[in-house]
Design a protein around this ligand. Structure first.
Ligand code: BGC
Length: 261
């Protein structure tokens, strides 16, 4: 637990499932007030709100398309009108789909870039301007991926979006460090979430993936949530511009794991 997080206010985009839900719940446990954004899964988001409230926390579910300026404005306005302030903004909403690059349509490319990269830019910019206007420190946390670093064949749009998030994070971090507005990435590896439930329910695909992880196991959403709580808190006050990989070692060139090469 991080004492300084108590009563602070966070926006979490894509909070109705997976990693976004785990982060929202962890923030609730820390005593934070959480604006949980969803795009299609209203029931899922409301369930997270109910769980947080049941455990004594406070949260609200808000519909918004985070790839639009109106969408992110609505989230900031809600944080301020409902809870009186904003301290932490988590750009978690993301999507992925598999296509050979030779067949990747502009439409599929564009939607992934819009949500993963443009949405992260719009959310970060919204939070940044609020922190600057209020002349206060703040923490912006982007959920990137191991694929900001590892190329991922058949996911060119996804990998490009995450590579973009990495440099967006580093650039913003550098630009606003003097204001103590911190911008960091979390880079999850293979985590058991709805986005890849089908993949990991198949024993063959599960084995293929665990073989690429030095720790030999899939991670849990709450492992990512623990990293988000730390990056939100003052305990990380001297940390900006990093990617904190939560990946069981996936980024450590596992092909070389047994001294081969
Ligand atoms: C993707 C997962 C994938 C993992 C490791 C993540 O960014 O969302 O589907 O299993 O990277 O490849």
């Amino acid at each position: 637990m991080y004492q300084d997080l108590n009563q602070k206010v966070a926006v979490v985009t894509g909070g109705s499932k997976g990693i976004g839900t785990a982060i929202s719940r962890r923030f609730g446990e820390e005593g934070m007030k959480v604006v949980i954004n969803y795009n299609s899964d209203e029931k899922g988001a409301q369930k997270v709100v109910d769980l947080i409230k049941k455990h004594g926390g406070d949260a609200i579910a808000i519909h918004a398309d985070i790839s639009t300026e109106e969408g992110v404005s609505h989230l900031l306005e809600t944080a301020v009108s409902e809870f009186g302030r904003l301290d932490v903004w988590v750009n978690n909403a993301g999507m992925e789909n598999k296509h050979e690059t030779k067949k990747l349509t502009l439409k599929d490319w564009q939607r992934v870039i819009d949500v993963n990269l443009t949405g992260t830019f719009l959310g970060s910019q919204k939070a940044l301007n609020h922190f600057l206007d209020e002349d206060k420190p703040g923490s912006i946390i982007n959920i990137s991926s191991v694929h900001e670093q590892i190329p991922w064949p058949t996911f060119a749009h996804y990998s490009a979006s995450k590579g973009g998030v990495k440099l967006l994070t580093q650039t913003m971090a550098s630009e606003y460090a003097r204001h103590h507005i911190r911008v960091n990435n979390i880079g999850p590896g293979a985590i058991k979430t709805p986005i890849n439930a089908e993949k990991f329910d198949d024993p063959k695909q599960l084995e293929e993936t665990t073989n690429m992880i030095p720790m030999k196991e899939i991670g849990e959403p709450k492992d990512v949530a623990a990293a988000a709580a730390w990056l939100a808190s003052n305990e990380s006050k001297y940390v900006t511009g990093i990617t904190l990989f939560v990946d069981g070692g996936m980024t450590l060139y596992p092909a070389f794991m047994d001294g081969k090469g």
